[in-house]
Design a protein around this ligand. Structure first.
Ligand SMILES: [Zn+2]
Length: 127
């Protein structure tokens, strides 16, 4: 009697389990839709941090390309021609003035200089 009363107090939701199994295992459109939904949700949850990370990196790169630091006071602003703090006109950024006639030899990256050193023949330099 006691066991029967226990099972009656805690009924197992067979109806919902059966419904879920039917929905999941049924080859019908409802089961497929549910499986697609679950797969899509799982994919979304897995890919969302990656997407946010990539978007953040791209956004930061775009922002940093437009960032300008004042040479007079060090104020950093985005997308303005003059410093909003002291009014000094910003120097043209190197990325936007590559086609306007500034010689590229002003700023040589350290990696390119290292490559030039590596190209030099060792046999000619030796005694
Ligand atoms: Zn300034």
């Amino acid at each position: 009697m006691r066991a029967v009363s226990l099972t009656m107090q805690r009924p197992i939701p067979w109806l919902w389990i059966l419904l879920a199994m039917v929905l999941l295992l049924a080859p019908g459109p409802a089961g497929r839709f549910l499986l697609d939904l679950l797969g899509g949700l799982t994919l979304l949850v897995l890919l969302l941090p990656l997407l946010f990370g990539a978007a953040g990196v791209v956004g930061w790169q775009l922002l940093r390309r437009r960032l300008r630091t004042c040479s007079a006071c060090g104020f950093t602003s985005v997308g303005s021609a003059v410093c909003p703090a002291c009014g000094t006109p910003f120097a043209p950024s190197p990325s936007s003035s590559t086609s306007s006639g500034v010689p590229p030899s002003v700023e040589i990256p350290a990696s390119e200089a290292t490559i030039d050193v590596d190209v030099v023949d060792v046999d000619d330099a030796g005694p």
